[in-house]
Design a protein around this ligand. Sequence first.
Ligand SMILES: Nc1ncnc2c1ncn2[C@@H]1O[C@H](COP(=O)(O)OP(=O)(O)OP(=O)(O)O)[C@@H](O)[C@H]1O
Length: 267
Amino acid sequence: MTASPDTTPANRALLQLDGISLGYDTPKGLRTVVESLSLELGRGSVGCLLGASGCGKTTVLRAIAGFEPLRAGHILLDGKPISSPAGMLAPEKRRVGMMFQDYALFPHLDVAGNIGFGLRKLDRAARTRRIEELLELVGLAGSATAFPHEMSGGQQQRVALARALAPSPELLLLDEPFSNLDVDTRERLAFEVRDILKNTGHTAILVTHNQAEAFAIADRIGVMAQGRIAQWDTPYNLHHHPSDEFVAGFIRREALAEQRAQAYARA
Ligand SMILES: Nc1ncnc2c1ncn2[C@@H]1O[C@H](COP(=O)(O)OP(=O)(O)OP(=O)(O)O)[C@@H](O)[C@H]1O
């Protein structure tokens, strides 16, 4: 794997994955799906794991969230170990927020109820203030009493983002957050989410198989194949200085596929 130094305005790395290996116990024994994977992400940066289906992106994200045990290596958050083969900090103690592709909003709660779900420790007035602040941030001011089924997919994903940001996580994990949206909304929302994360200074990791999305949102992209990162670099360097034939081919092929998909969608 090659990597150039993180030159974003962030200081030291907030997240470090150091030689992590991950696998699943199957009836045929251990199936290793991620091997010796390392990356560093600076505070305030947006990183992305980009790769074809099944290459191990979600497994890495789940390990960062504390849902998958490490077979080797370790994960540090703000310099402190949170996972190693010897043990792991419980997910709820990590200050890590998550947002998924299927919105995962509670259908029986209105927008305020959804966003306020993780804010139950605040008193009523503080919770209402925080919910209003978050609605403003995601461009949904005035929607507190709407229900998820009354909103478009893009609006529901904004609510999901507000809910994930509500407890002010150190790190936000986004698993294919735009893949249920149509092509235009997907790209627009990717840019909007990037603006929101940059305005609030959040550090985030996104997982996607969609190159346009990765390039719209990320400061650093890791091109993954079969459980490894081939190159962890800036979008510019991936385009202009791919580390090998695989990365060069992947970027070219995906760009063409995306152009084709957009042309079909608009036809
Ligand atoms: N619980 C499990 N038990 C056994 N194998 C699993 C389990 N979960 C995932 N896998 C396998 O691990 C590999 C990596 O899966 P993962 O979901 O991390 O990939 P991905 O890159 O996120 O794919 P996608 O984009 O399709 O979500 C796949 O081959 C998958 O079949």
